[in-house]
Design a binder for this molecule. Structure first.
Ligand code: SF4
Length: 153
């Protein structure tokens, strides 16, 4: 596969960077295994890169602000992490990203709705939005097949 590197959410590669100290490991997926074997994945957790600790209080987006469950505004951390992700994309000439579904940072098209009730709404996480605005195609673990079709043709 001749391909530029692809950005991926660190939690999808088993890194314990989720708000609860866990991960969302998808390394059992054969496509991800292929990308790993070809050294094509560049991982980042925008929230950790942005300066937030793990574990941390859950955050959801409310009126485009990243507000944690105790009402604290963490938007500046989220925006800083998003900038770090964009820098990484520019550094590696990255055109595609695989970002965790529904996250207030990484989520694409669908995110948690800000009520902390596991309810979803349409919208992008802060990192996903910035990457899209800069021409990077964002996929998630839910539509990997679509990316696979584009890369392996
Ligand atoms: S910010 Fe992204 S990479 Fe970090 S834990 Fe959340 S979904 Fe995973």
């Amino acid at each position: 596969m001749k391909q530029n590197k692809i950005l991926i959410s660190a939690c999808l590669l088993g890194e314990n960077v989720k708000y609860d100290g866990g991960h969302n490991d998808i390394r059992a997926d054969s496509f991800i295994q292929k990308l790993l074997m070809e050294n094509l994945l560049v991982s980042i957790c925008p929230e950790v890169e942005g300066g937030l600790e793990t574990p941390r209080i859950p955050v959801e987006l409310i009126d485009n602000k990243a507000i944690n469950q105790e009402g604290e505004d963490k938007t500046s951390f989220f925006e800083f992490g998003a900038q770090k992700a964009l820098e990484l994309c520019k550094q590696h000439d990255i055109k595609y990203a695989i970002l965790k579904f529904r996250s207030p940072s990484c989520g694409s098209d669908i995110i948690y709705d800000g009520t902390f009730t596991h309810t979803f709404t349409s919208g992008d996480g802060i990192t996903a939005k910035l990457l899209k605005e800069n021409g990077i195609k964002v996929y998630s673990e839910k539509n990997l097949e679509e990316l696979k079709k584009i890369l392996i043709n």
